[in-house]
Design a protein around this ligand. Structure first.
Ligand code: DON
Length: 591
């Protein structure tokens, strides 16, 4: 902590003095208000990572459900058709807007650490982080939260019975769906781990053959587990038959789960983080996500600058400097708010952002050399996000995950439930980077019942005449992708353009800007390097770069323009099976 203070002082001393007065154009912070605004959307829009999930949501809306019932249908169907990304064995964060009360809430269905998961369990004999334990098999799994979120969404916010909104997922689990390229490729890369567990082999090697693109993938055990959830609600998963099978499967694989900790799972209602950015009200994910606090810091650092008027390299430079500072704070301060005191008020305040802004040199990178950290490769983009707005103006932004590709790889026999490997999101060994190369200390140390820090950042934006829902998977890069999305909407881009935006990222350590293929021209990369940035372009591995994947993320967004009364939806073009659809209501609700 001492060295952190030293660095802050150093930065302040060096950079404030150097700030030239030319600095940067200040921008207006209000948005024009249109004369007539529609009171509610002309229909509904859904964007998700799989077209079958989008269709499931639309079906439930057509049956009389609202956005929350649709969220149950979309979330549960994603759990069936994207086992690579999320599922009943994982968790999620769901940002809700209730049009009638005007209230926003975040359902925190994050997994928590089992009682047995003390830090020592994740160290090898030499005291190093045991990456096999943290990323694969029973010890990597937290107690799942997603099934409880489905029950809560339907029971507290929805209009239809749970069994009706779960019906599409149950049908698709039983009848099957065609395996797509990403799913087959992900399986091939995780097969060695997944083959360890008999319950997983039963599902993925049904005929002794690994799944291949185009196969019809059926999950009858998962259909049965979903049916128990539909019939019995919370108890249908966390107690009784499913719970017994989960515990047996985990413990036979060498883990230690108890019936008590499974039955004790609770979804938490959290107050979202809310801030103003250039006339937008931005509502986003509070802890145990790091997303909202980091997004608030970055946007408030950037707010006075008119980014559109800058040349591209300077725009990227300033955005990167904001990213660097927010991720430094993530490392030290953020964790489960029920276990650690987070200085949220300070971190999200304008004064704090102003102080950080003052340390940014307009043309020079600030070195991130506070702590040494061995760069760790960033993983592929898994997890999944969906965005929904219905004809009444209710909204859901849901990001859900089993963490890395196919989570822990472990399916307890007979359940069809692929368990997460979310324990790796804890700082299992202080100062040692996790799979996403991010580190943490005490605030995010594992403790029984504690929720691991997340980067999932479901977000709403509202201006006087526009309403937006957005989010994406991508591990630690989620927050910066959402930031670029917010900046994109602010610059006037459409939903589809925002989903397609080229991406770049900085997370304090490693001290480099990583970028997608084509995100920067060679000239822009050169200018950034001349400012002192290390630029890590895809394919740079041979040159010692981190070899980031060529494309990242899977951003799903919907937008309603109240002035033109137009609904739109954008699905990330990087994901060919995604689905963004708008349906205009035949019989819109009365204002
Ligand atoms: O909650 C988190 O931040 C992570 N478990 C999300 C993982 C993820 O996005 C995987 N994709 N790269």
């Amino acid at each position: 902590m001492k060295s952190r203070k030293r660095l802050a002082g150093f930065l302040f001393a060096c950079t404030v003095a150097l700030l030239p007065a030319t600095a940067l154009a200040l921008s207006p912070q209000t948005r024009p208000v249109s004369a007539s605004l529609a009171a509610h959307p002309p229909g509904a829009a859904i964007a998700s990572g799989h077209h079958l999930a989008t269709d499931a949501g639309l079906q439930v809306l057509a049956e009389g459900g609202n956005a929350f019932d649709a969220a149950v249908a979309v979330s549960s169907t994603l759990s069936v058709v994207e086992p690579i990304s999320s599922g009943l064995g994982g968790g999620g964060l769901f940002l809700l807007h209730d049009a009638r009360s005007g209230k926003d809430v975040m359902l925190d269905a994050r997994e928590y650490a089992p009682e047995s998961a003390t830090p020592e369990q994740f160290l090898d004999k030499k005291g190093e982080l045991d990456r096999d334990r943290s990323m694969n098999g029973p010890w990597s799994a937290g107690i799942p939260g997603l099934p409880a979120a489905l029950v809560e969404l339907a029971g507290k916010y929805g209009r239809l019975p749970l069994r009706q909104s779960l019906a599409p997922a149950i049908r698709i689990a039983r009848e099957g769906f065609p395996v797509y390229a990403r799913m087959a490729k992900g399986y091939a890369s995780r097969r060695e781990i997944m083959d360890r567990y008999p319950g997983t082999r039963e599902v993925y090697l049904r005929n002794g053959k690994p799944i291949a693109e185009g196969d019809i993938f059926r999950q009858p055990e998962l259909a049965h587990t979903l049916e128990l959830l539909a019939a019995e609600g919370f108890d249908g998963f966390y107690r009784g038959e499913t719970a017994r099978k989960l515990i047996k499967g985990v413990n036979q694989a060498g883990g230690r789960w108890t019936a008590r900790e499974l039955a004790a799972y609770q979804v938490k209602q959290r107050t979202p983080i809310s801030l103003d950015y250039r006339g937008w009200k931005v509502t986003t994910a509070p802890p145990p996500s790091s997303g909202g606090i980091a997004l608030a810091e970055m946007l408030q650092i950037l707010e006075p600058w008119n980014l559109q008027e800058l040349d591209e390299a300077h725009r990227i430079h300033l955005v990167t400097e904001a990213m660097r500072r927010a991720y430094r704070d993530r490392t030290f301060f953020l964790g489960d708010p029920d276990f650690v005191e987070i200085p949220q008020k300070v971190l999200t305040s304008r004064d704090y952002a102003q102080g950080l802004r003052a340390t940014i040199h307009p043309d020079k990178a600030t070195p991130s050399d506070l702590l040494s950290g061995k760069p760790t490769p960033l993983e592929d983009d898994e997890t999944t996000h969906f965005s929904i707005i219905d004809a009444e103006g209710n909204r859901v932004g849901g990001t859900q995950t089993v963490n890395l590709l196919y989570g822990s790889g472990l399916i307890p026999p007979g359940t069809g439930v692929l368990l997460n490997d979310e324990m790796d999101d804890f700082a299992l060994k202080p100062g040692t980077p996790n799979a996403f190369g991010v580190m943490g200390y005490e605030a995010n140390a594992p403790k029984p019942g504690k929720r691991m820090l997340s980067s999932m950042t479901p977000t709403f934006m509202e201006s006087p005449d526009k309403v937006v829902v957005l989010g994406t998977p991508g591990g630690s890069r989620i927050i910066t992708m959402v930031l670029l999305g917010v900046l994109g909407y602010d610059a006037g881009l459409s939903a589809q353009q925002v989903a397609a935006l080229p991406r770049y990222h900085h997370q304090w350590l490693p001290d480099a800007i990583s970028a997608e293929s084509g995100a920067f021209s060679p000239e822009v990369a050169k200018t950034l390097e001349a400012m002192g940035h290390e630029v890590d372009l895809p394919g740079d591995e041979a040159a010692g770069g981190r070899g980031s994947s060529h494309v990242w993320g899977n951003l799903q967004t919907v937008a309603w323009d109240r002035a033109s009364d137009v609904l739109s939806a954008g699905s990330d073009p990087r994901n060919p099976v995604g689905g963004a659809k708008v349906v205009i209501a035949a019989d819109p609700p009365k204002p």
